[in-house]
Design a protein around this ligand. Structure first.
Ligand code: FAD
Length: 423
C-alpha cells in the first residue's frame, strides 16, 4: 500500500535532502522530485564525521565502497585530547563502533549520495518562495523564485536550519546563538612538518579555555582525498557580526588571535591554513541551534501534508557529530513509512514518524549542547568526573549502537507491511 500514488517533493538538496533521495530509492518511493536553490550541488566547510548509526544505513543503500574510498582509513581512536598550551596528551576514546566512523569531505559525501539518484529527479536553481495550498491541480503548489512551480501531495522540507518550509508550517521561532563561532578550513599534509602531520593522522582535539580546535584526518590517502579538516570552536560575541548572514570569510589571523599562545602543532596548523589559502582567509560561521519543535508536520484536508527532516526540524550543535547522521536516520525512517504504510492514513503515518524520531533527536540536541561544554574547558589540563575518555565514550554509546531499521521493524510491525521490502 503506502503512498505510492502521491507526488512527493523534497525541498533542499543538501546532505539531508540527498540522503532522503537515497532512502526513497531504497524503500521504493518512486514519484519523487528534489528542488535545490543553488546552481550546483555542493558543500562547503571542513569534513564531517559519519558514525556507525548512519554508516549502517548508508551501507544498506550500497554506498559502502564509494564512501570508504573517500574516507579516512580505520583509525585506532575515535578522538584524542591534548592540552591547548603544553600540547600534553590527555587521553583518548577508543574507536568502539562498527562500521567504524568515516571522516569525509562534505563535498565527497554529497557526491557519493548524488551518484545513485537519477538526474531527472534533481532540479537546480529552484529557490522555494512560498507554498500555495489547495491549488486546482494539487493540494500543494510550490512556487520558486524563478517563477516556475511544482505540484505535490507530500512536501518534505530538507532546507536546513533557516528552513522556508518550516516557516510555512507557521513557526516563527528564532534560532539560538551557541556563544561560539566556528572557523572551518583544510590543511594539506604536505604543508605540515612531519611530526605534526603524523599527529594529525588522528582525530585530535586541542582543548583550551572556552575554545577548542578539532582536527579531523578526512579522506583517504589511497585516492589522494586525504587532508586535515580544521574546525576551531571559539567563544566570541556577535557584536560585530551580521546575524542575518551566519557565514562569512574571515582572515585566518582572526583565528590565530585566539590561539597565539597555543602549542607548536597548533602554530603549524595556522601556517598550514595560510599556505593553502590564496587570500589568507577561511570560512567563519556563527553557530546556531533551534529548540526542538513540538510538531513536525501539517495536514491538508486532501490527505496531503508537509513534513520536515534534517536541520529544518532537528538541528543540533555539532559536538557529537550527529546533524547529518540524524538526517540520514530520519530519512530512512520517513521513506520506509511512506513506502510501506498499511493504509492510506497519512496523518497517522506522519505522527508515527514524529513519535519514532523526536525522542531520539531531542536527546541528541540536548546531549550535544552538554558535550560542547565539555569539549572546551576552563580547566583544560585536567580530566574530571565528567570529562574523561571512558565517560565520554559511555555518553555516546546509545547514539552509535542504535539501529533505526531494527527500531522501525519492531515499532512499525503493526502499521507497516514489510513483505517485498528490503528492510
Ligand atoms: C562546524 C560543523 C561541524 C559539523 N560536523 C558534523 C559531523 O561531523 N557529523 C554530522 O553528522 N553532522 C555535522 N554537522 C551538522 C551538519 O552539517 C548538518 O546537520 C547537516 O548539514 C544538515 O543537513 P540538511 O540537509 O538538513 O541542511 P543543510 O545542509 O543546511 O542543507 C539544506 C539545503 O537546502 C537548500 N535550501 C535552503 N533553502 C532553500 C529554498 N528556499 N529552496 C530550495 N532549496 C533551499 C540549501 O541550499 C541546502 O542545499 C556539523 C555542522 C557544523 C556547523
Amino acid at each position: 500500500m503506502g503512498f505510492q500514488d502521491k507526488r512527493v517533493v523534497v525541498v533542499g538538496g543538501g546532505l539531508g535532502g540527498m540522503a532522503f533521495m537515497n532512502a526513497a530509492l531504497y524503500a521504493g518511493v518512486k514519484n519523487i522530485q528534489c528542488y535545490e536553490q543553488a546552481h550546483q550541488f555542493g558543500e562547503v566547510g571542513a569534513g564531517v564525521d559519519i558514525t556507525a548509526n548512519a554508516n549502517r544505513i548508508l551501507d544498506a543503500f550500497g554506498l559502502q565502497d564509494s564512501l570508504v574510498s573517500r574516507s579516512s582509513p580505520q583509525l585506532p581512536y575515535y578522538m584524542q585530547y591534548h592540552n591547548y598550551q603544553s600540547g600534553k596528551y590527555l587521553g583518548h576514546i577508543e574507536e568502539f563502533s562498527k562500521p567504524h566512523a568515516r571522516l569525509i569531505h562534505r563535498a565527497h559525501l554529497l557526491d557519493s549520495l548524488k551518484e545513485p539518484v537519477p538526474e531527472e529527479k534533481l532540479h537546480l536553481q529552484k529557490r522555494l518562495a512560498f507554498i500555495e495550498r489547495n491549488g486546482e491541480s494539487a493540494p500543494y503548489i510550490l512556487h520558486f523564485e524563478d517563477g516556475t512551480t511544482a505540484e505535490a501531495d507530500i512536501v518534505i522540507g530538507c532546507d536546513g536550519i533557516k528552513s522556508r518550509v518550516r516557516r510555512e508550517l507557521g513557526f516563527s521561532d528564532s534560532p539560538n546563538y551557541s556563544g561560539q563561532v566556528v572557523y572551518r578550513g583544510f590543511v594539506e599534509y604536505k604543508d605540515l612538518p612531519e611530526n605534526t602531520a603524523t599527529l594529525l593522522r588522528n582525530v585530535v582535539n586541542f582543548r583550551g579555555p572556552k575554545r577548542h580546535l578539532l582536527c579531523l584526518p578526512i579522506g583517504n590517502p589511497a585516492t589522494n582525498t586525504d587532508r586535515v579538516g580544521v574546525i576551531g570552536f571559539m567563544t566570541e560575541s556577535l557584536d560585530s557580526w551580521d546575524s542575518e548572514n551566519w557565514m562569512a570569510r574571515a582572515e585566518i589571523t582572526t583565528l590565530h588571535d585566539h590561539v597565539r599562545d597555543w602549542c607548536p602543532p597548533v602554530q603549524d596548523i595556522i601556517a598550514g591554513l595560510q599556505a593553502g589559502s590564496p587570500d589568507g582567509r577561511m570560512m567563519k560561521q556563527a553557530l546556531y541551534v533551534r529548540d526542538p519543535l513540538a510538531k513536525w508536520f501539517e495536514m491538508n484536508e486532501q490527505n496531503a501534508g508537509i513534513v520536515l527532516l534534517g536541520d529544518a526540524v532537528h538541528s543540533t550543535l555539532p559536538h557529537q557529530g550527529q546533524g547529518v547522521c540524524m538526517a540520514i536516520e530520519s530519512g530512512i525512517a520517513l521513506a520506509t513509512i511512506l513506502a510501506h504504510w498499511k493504509n492510506d492514513d497519512l496523518q497517522a503515518a506522519f505522527q508515527f514518524y514524529q513519535d519514532l524520531r523526536k525522542p531520539r533527536t531531542d536527546r541528541v540536541t540536548r546531549t550535544s549542547f552538554e558535550a560542547g561544554k565539555l569539549a572546551s574547558s576552563d580547566a583544560p589540563d585536567q580530566l574530571s568526573e565528567s570529562f574523561n575518555p571512558q565517560v565520554l565514550m559511555e555518553r555516546m554509546k546509545w547514539i552509535m549502537e542504535y539501529n533505526v531499521l531494527d527500531d522501525l521493524k519492531v515499532k512499525g510491525a503493526e502499521y507497516m507491511d514489510f513483505r517485498d521490502s528490503r528492510i
